[in-house]
Design a binder for this molecule. Structure first.
Ligand code: ACO
Length: 401
C-alpha cells in the first residue's frame, strides 16, 4: 500500500483510477475482506461464525461499538432500538403522495431522506450523543419504513411496531400481518431472515457505502447520507442484483435452458450478464453465498416449498463454475445469487429484495459514517478528473455561430 498523499500534495500529480479499482478511500476498522481467499471478517469475527452463532442485533452492536456486547449490553441495545421503531405520524401521510405502483426503493429514498425534516435534533453531527441517537433511529426505523412501503404497495393498512417482538420478528409482522393480531412469527423464517440481515450488514467500501461516506464528508445530515446510499444501492450492478438474479432464474425457468444463458453471458456482443455472479473484490467464492445456499435449503424445508428455481440455480452455478470463461475471469456466485430464492419463499415480492438489503446495510452505513465523522483527520471527499474537453477558446456570439 502506497500512501502518496504527501508526494501529491507537493506536485500537480494525481492517480487516474476509474471505478477506484486500486484506490483506498479511507482507513477503517470495521470489515476485512480477502477477495482471493473468500474471507469476510467484521471486527475480526468471520461471517460464517457470526451468521451461525450471532444475531443481527448483536452484529449491529459489534459494528457500531467494536466489541461483542455482554448479555446486559445486548439487552440494553435491543431495548434502545425497540424504543425508536415508531415513525412520526405525519410521515404516514408522506407515503400517500406516492403512486401505488411506485418502486419501494423510490419510496425508501424519499422517506429516509425526509426523516431529517422530522428529527431536527439528530442533524447536529458535531455532537457524538446526537450521532448515536441518529444511528439508533435509523437502524430502528428502517424495518418500519420498509414494511410501510410494502403495505402501501399492496393497499393494506400500515401496522405499528410491536416492540415485544425481536427486531426481525417485528419486521415480519409489520410486513405480513393481515390482520396484525393474528400473525404468528415462524421461528425458522425469523432466523433465516435475521441471518440474511447479518450477511448484508456491512461490506467495506462498496459503492453505496462509499456514497454514504462521500455525502457525509461534506457534513450532510445522517438521514440525507443514508438516503444517498439507498439510491446507489438500487442499481442492478449493486444491491439491485438480487432482484435481477431471481428474475433471471425465473426467465431461465428449466435446467435445459441454462446453456443458452451461459452462452449469452460469454458473448461480448450481448450485454447480458449472469446476475448474482462476479464481484469486484471476491475472486473466489463469496463466503456469504455459501451461507446463503445452506439457508435456502433450510427455509425451503421449513416452509415445505419445492421451488424448481433452486434446482435451476444449483445447476447454473455448477455449469458456470466448470466453464473456462468463468474460471478464467474468476466469476463466482455472490451474495445475491441465492438470496432471492429465500426471500421469495418467505413471501416477499422481488421489488422488496433490495429494500431488505438496504434495511440490513443501514447498520454498516451508519457505522462507517460514524467512523468517518469521528476521525479528526477527516476531509471532504473530492476526487480529481482527467479533463478531455476542448482547450480554452474565445466565446462566439450567437449571431456569428
Ligand atoms: N456475467 C458474465 N460476465 C461477467 C460477469 C457476469 N456476471 N461479471 C463480470 N463479467 C466479465 C466482464 O464482461 C468482464 O469481461 P472482459 O474482461 O472480457 O471485459 C470481466 O468479467 C470483468 O468484469 P468487470 O465488469 O470489469 O468487473 P467489475 O469488478 O467492474 O464488476 C460486477 C463487478 C459489477 C459485480 C460484475 O461482476 C457484474 O456486473 N455482475 C453481475 C451483477 C451482480 O451480480 N452484482 C452484484 C454484486 S455483489 C453486491 O453488490 C452485493
Amino acid at each position: 500500500v502506497l500512501d502518496i498523499r504527501k508526494l501529491y500534495a507537493q506536485s500537480d500529480c494525481f492517480t487516474f483510477d476509474p471505478g477506484f479499482t486500486s484506490t483506498a478511500s479511507c482507513e477503517s476498522q470495521l470489515t476485512y475482506i480477502d477477495g482471493d481467499q473468500g474471507v469476510l471478517l467484521h471486527r475480526g469475527y468471520s461471517i460464517e461464525e457470526l451468521s451461525e452463532k450471532s444475531s443481527f442485533m448483536e452484529v449491529s452492536y459489534l459494528l457500531l461499538n467494536g466489541e461483542l456486547p455482554s448479555k446486559q449490553e445486548l439487552d440494553d441495545f435491543s431495548y434502545t432500538i425497540s424504543r425508536h421503531t415508531m415513525l412520526h405520524e405525519q410521515l404516514s401521510t408522506f407515503y400517500r403522495g406516492f403512486r401505488r405502483d411506485a418502486h419501494p426503493m423510490a419510496i425508501m429514498c424519499g422517506v429516509v431522506g425526509a426523516l431529517s425534516a422530522f428529527y431536527h435534533d439528530s442533524t447536529d453531527i458535531s455532537d457524538p450523543v446526537q450521532r448515536k441517537i441518529a444511528s439508533h433511529r435509523l437502524i430502528a426505523k428502517m424495518p418500519t419504513i420498509a414494511a410501510m412501503a410494502y403495505k402501501y404497495s399492496v393497499g393494506q393498512p400500515f401496522i405499528y411496531p410491536d416492540n415485544k417482538l425481536s427486531y426481525t420478528g417485528n419486521f415480519l409482522r409489520m410486513t405480513f400481518g393481515v390482520p396484525a393480531e393474528e400473525y404468528e412469527v415462524i421461528p425458522a423464517v425469523e432466523q433465516a431472515l435475521d441471518r440474511i440481515f447479518i450477511l448484508h450488514a456491512d461490506h467495506e467500501q462498496n459503492a453505496s457505502t462509499s456514497t454514504v461516506r462521500l455525502a457525509g464528508s461534506s457534513g450532510a445530515n445522517p438521514f440525507a447520507c443514508i438516503a444517498a446510499g439507498i439510491a446507489c444501492l438500487w442499481g442492478p450492478a449493486h444491491g439491485g442484483a438480487n432482484e435481477a438474479a431471481l428474475n433471471m432464474l425465473r426467465e431461465i425457468g428449466t435446467p435445459d435452458r441454462i446453456p443458452h444463458y451461459i452462452a449469452r453471458a460469454k458473448d461480448k456482443n450481448d450485454p447480458f450478464r449472469l446476475m448474482g455472479f462476479g464481484h469486484r473484490v471476491y475472486k473466489n467464492y463469496d463466503p456469504r453465498a455459501t451461507v446463503m445456499q445452506k439457508t435456502v435449503r433450510e427455509v425451503l424445508a421449513a416452509l415445505k416449498v419445492n421451488d424448481p428455481i433452486f434446482e435451476v440455480a444449483m445447476q447454473l452455478e455448477e455449469m458456470a463454475l466448470n466453464d473456462p470463461y468463468f474460471i478464467e475471469k474468476k466469476l463466482f456466485p455472490n451474495v445475491d445469487f441465492y438470496s432471492g430464492i429465500i426471500l421469495s419463499a418467505i413471501g416477499f415480492p422481488t421489488t422488496m429484495f433490495t429494500v431488505l438489503f438496504a434495511l440490513a446495510r443501514t447498520v454498516g452505513w451508519v457505522a462507517q459514517w460514524n467512523e468517518m465523522i469521528s476521525d479528526p483527520g477527516q476531509k471532504i471527499g473530492r476526487p480529481r478528473q482527467l479533463y478531455t474537453g476542448p482547450a480554452a477558446r474565445p466565446y462566439v456570439s450567437v449571431d456569428k455561430r
